[in-house]
Write a protein that binds this ligand. Structure first.
Ligand SMILES: [Zn+2]
Length: 850
């Protein structure tokens, strides 16, 4: 049973940016309709199968199902709620409403933790319905935003939207007059009409203002501003509430997301409830008066512990020893398995141990013969042992795992104890062989040399003892070894991990200390040698900065390089030099970048050199409620999904021409989505890099790789940007298209909807470097028209370098290309492309009137 708050009618600063007139060109409903499947439809099926859901989850889901698609159809995806033209970061009206709706729902969900009374389901629906139309005064381009009359909106206008979106049925207790009150009043500026509002609206006013305040916050700093705190307090008068935040000074990708999650978990201990997820930080609801977290070494250490645990739980590859087996490499000459050091960090010593025993028992083949050298060692050992050793590869496989366990696990554990027993004796103990066998092996070690060239052939004796005992399955061996190591030192996993991956721990800890701030405060603490990597390395490693992010680095890529690894950088791109598999040892990358790249290796399927990258930025934020919906959608972009560019261009133009009937819309949307994402047609060219990562374990940023087969740089860049913009328009996410795998700008560093980064010199003339929301449709249409005209002659991507030159050199490039097309073939295609030529002339022509 929840209690409805009394709306407190205090004076609140004007949250809405009323001075803003988007002046966006008329956008066809259908064009924006391409957003229809997203995010509601794409995710609804998924979420409706969920078992339990909160009131807020149900209401948000209903919003996405019932209302969101209608906003998109109404053209709100390309209408600006906030715009770079008015000094704000671009935000579409659809995203403004989505942000407000999901943020309000999330506050309602979390408010009980700070003593507030939640609004019930009906009240929440009412508030969301009202908020949906709160900005319709921005839609009338003839209305003078500076005039006193700008909120004098005829009831008929409001009725049109309320009916079109079905809001009266969605929020049953509201009347048309309440909606009218919302549109004319909520802004609380002196032009508004407070004397004309309804009692019902007066009650919801604080919620509408809260939703607006949160939706309009471009950064975590803005969202934790005093006026937003006041808005929460007005909407939930019983709560004693504060808004807090953490920020990151830089962004990489999956690592950033995992760090966000780890910090949130640390802050939960100070009763912080996560509300909003930005690319570079999170906003929290916290009880007023609660002690601020102390940003000391313990904070960093706790966050590191959370991060490590989250990494291990974030992806099946790190939990599944069956997958990890593929990372083990047999070193033939010495007879052990080589383990990638970083796997001790990502997967943990126990999972690595499990993989080792699985590998060894799988390699134990009783039907093949040992080499002469193996047989010689076996024979020599038998003189000291109470049994014969089988002359097959069965003891050989087990012996390899025994030696691997000795060198990678037993040796470092024994080295940390005061016990003076030999490593051979300790290994015998760990595998539980009899005293007779141990004594025999020790005598053998005194008399024989079975360690030439790095071998350790005493392992054959232990292997045969295990075979005789019948302990030869992977699980039994793992349990035996694990328990025995625990007897020697209960902290054996930490010892083993530190031995192999201690540098990852220290480097990541230093990184966390460097990039985290909470409520504007940096992490304090004693200066350690790692506190300032730049200072540290300036003296000893002059000029050794990361080629990807310019951070100080302690080593080369070779430090983490290993063959066949699930988790190792094998190909990529840097912002300075090409990073390919050819000269890996010459590449200097900082540990955080290496970790980011290795996480991506786990989450992606493509290894092409020369890829480009799409860094997506939320507009302006996710909430825990919306992040999962986006994740469900982007999971479709796995490495085998195909994109058909010709069909995508056709769909972009068809939804863009404004002449599409309502009934035909579904087909066009369907073809748009199918062209981006198909299992059968087109070519594989884009993939998300966090495939298989649990969305619950990481959040905030999202990167796609683009790897279309290349003819020349110009066409590669041209099609890459086209696909990026199409995807960006479809998802409602801002995007940076870049040659660098690590983003060189954060979302806060640019205000336009899309940014085409450095290195795209061949296509800057065509697309521009910064594409505001107001020009997104125009850029997409121009590219789509050029593609249609280009493919009209011959489906040869290489020719697009030439076509792009025409867009620079010809005053009417569309007409020019059409004329060439008519001359070079039988003319049959040209007749169908008149409209494309007109669009291209209109969008790229040099304003020469005929
Ligand atoms: Zn770096």
């Amino acid at each position: 049973m929840s209690e409805k708050n009394n709306g407190t009618q205090g004076t609140i600063d004007d949250f809405a940016e009323d001075s803003e007139d988007p002046e966006s060109e008329e956008v066809s409903d259908a064009m924006v309709g391409l957003l229809d499947h997203y995010p509601g439809n794409a995710t609804h099926e998924e979420s409706s199968t969920g078992t339990s859901s909160t009131v807020e989850e149900r209401v948000v889901e209903a919003f996405h199902e019932d209302i969101d698609p209608k906003l998109v159809d109404a053209g709100w995806g390309f209408r600006q709620a906030k715009s770079v033209e008015f000094g704000k970061t671009d935000q579409s009206l659809v995203n403004h409403v989505r942000n407000g709706v999901t943020a309000l729902a999330r506050v309602n969900e979390a408010i009980e933790s700070v003593g507030g009374y939640t609004y019930d389901e009906d009240a929440l629906r009412d508030a969301i319905a009202l908020f949906t139309i709160h900005d319709v005064h921005k839609l009338d381009e003839d209305r003078d935003e500076s005039a006193d009359t700008r909120f004098d909106i005829p009831t008929s206008d409001i009725e049109e939207y309320v009916e079109r979106f079905g809001l009266l049925g969605w929020a049953e207790s509201l009347t048309m007059v309440d909606f009218h009150s919302c549109v004319i009043d909520h802004h609380n500026s002196w032009e508004a009409n407070p004397d004309q509002t309804t009692h019902v609206f007066d009650e919801y006013r604080p919620l509408i203002r809260l939703a607006d305040a949160l939706a309009s916050s471009e950064t975590p700093e803005a969202a934790t501003d005093r006026r937003v705190v006041d808005a929460v307090q007005h909407a939930y008068p019983n709560a004693t509430v504060n808004l807090r935040r953490h920020n990151l000074t830089e962004v990489k990708g999956i690592l950033t997301n995992l760090v966000n999650a780890a910090i949130a978990e640390t802050l939960e201990q100070s009763s912080y409830e996560r509300l909003l997820i930005y690319q570079d930080g999170c906003v929290y609801l916290a009880p007023e008066g609660v002690d601020d977290p102390i940003l000391d070494e313990e904070f960093v250490s706790d966050t590191f512990t959370n991060l490590k645990r989250n990494i291990r739980e974030s992806h099946a590859a790190y939990k599944d020893h069956g997958q990890l087996v593929n990372n083990l490499t047999l070193v033939h000459a010495q007879g052990f398995y080589s383990i990638n050091d970083q796997d001790f960090f990502y997967a943990g010593p126990e999972t690595v141990l499990r993989a080792v025993t699985l590998k060894g028992t799988t390699d134990a083949d009783p039907s093949s013969d040992p080499t002469d050298s193996m047989a010689d060692s076996m024979e020599a050992l038998e003189a000291h042992l109470p049994f014969k050793i089988n002359r097959t590869r069965e003891p050989v496989g087990i012996a390899r795992l025994v030696y691997t366990v000795k060198r990678s696990f037993v040796d470092p554990v024994v080295a940390t104890t005061d016990n003076d027993r030999s490593k051979l004796a300790a290994t015998c103990e760990v595998f539980g062989v009899s005293d007779a066998v141990r004594d025999g092996l020790e005598t053998a070690a005194d008399e024989l040399s079975l360690t030439a060239g790095g071998k350790w052939d005493y392992s054959y004796g232990i292997a045969q003892a295990l075979l005789n005992e019948g302990v030869v399955d992977s699980t039994a061996l793992t349990d035996r070894v694990s328990n025995a190591l625990g007897e020697i030192d209960e902290d054996w996993t930490e010892i083993v991990e530190t031995e192999h991956a201690g540098n990852l721990r220290s480097e990541l800890t230093a990184y966390l200390r460097d990039i985290i701030s909470v409520d504007g405060q940096p992490v304090a603490g004693e200066s350690t040698e790692l506190t300032d990597p730049f200072e540290e390395y300036a003296g000893s490693r002059r000029g050794k900065t990361c080629v990807l992010c310019n951070r100080g680095t302690t080593g080369t890529k070779g430090d983490m390089k290993a063959p066949k690894s699930l988790t190792t950088l094998q190909a990529g791109y840097s912002n300075h030099i090409a990073v390919d598999s050819g000269k890996p040892d010459e590449l200097l990358a900082c540990y955080p970048c290496k970790i980011e790249l290795s996480l991506r290796e786990t989450g992606s399927g493509r290894r092409e050199d020369g890829r480009l990258w799409f860094h997506f930025v939320p507009d302006y934020f996710y909430t825990p409620l919306s992040w999962k919906q986006y994740s469900t959608f982007t999971a479709n972009f796995h490495n085998e999904a195909k994109t058909e560019i010709g069909r995508l261009a056709e769909a972009v133009l068809r939804v863009g021409d404004g002449g599409v009937s309502q009934s035909g819309e579904g087909d066009i949307l369907g073809s748009y989505v199918a062209a981006l994402l198909d299992n059968d047609h087109g070519r594989s060219m884009i993939e998300t890099l966090d495939q298989g990562f649990d969305p619950d374990s990481q959040y905030g940023s999202r990167t796609f790789g683009y790897f279309k087969p290349t003819d020349n740089d110009t066409e590669f860049q041209f099609f890459g940007v086209f696909v990026a913009l199409a995807l960006s328009a479809y998802t409602g996410l801002r995007v940076v298209v870049s040659e660098s795998p690590i983003p060189d700008v954060r979302g806060r560093d640019f205000q336009t909807y899309a940014r085409i980064g450095g290195g795209f010199t061949q296509v800057h003339d065509f697309y521009g470097t910064d594409i505001p929301l107001s020009e997104l449709r125009s850029r997409l249409n121009a590219a789509a028209a050029l593609i249609q005209l280009g493919y009209g002659a011959e489906r040869d991507d290489a020719l697009f370098a030439k076509y792009l030159r025409a867009t620079r050199n010809k005053s009417l490039p569309g007409s020019y290309l059409l004329k060439r097309l008519a001359q070079t073939d039988d003319g049959s295609n040209a007749g169908f492309l008149l409209e494309e030529a007109r669009v291209l002339d209109e969008e790229t022509g040099h304003s020469i009137e005929p």
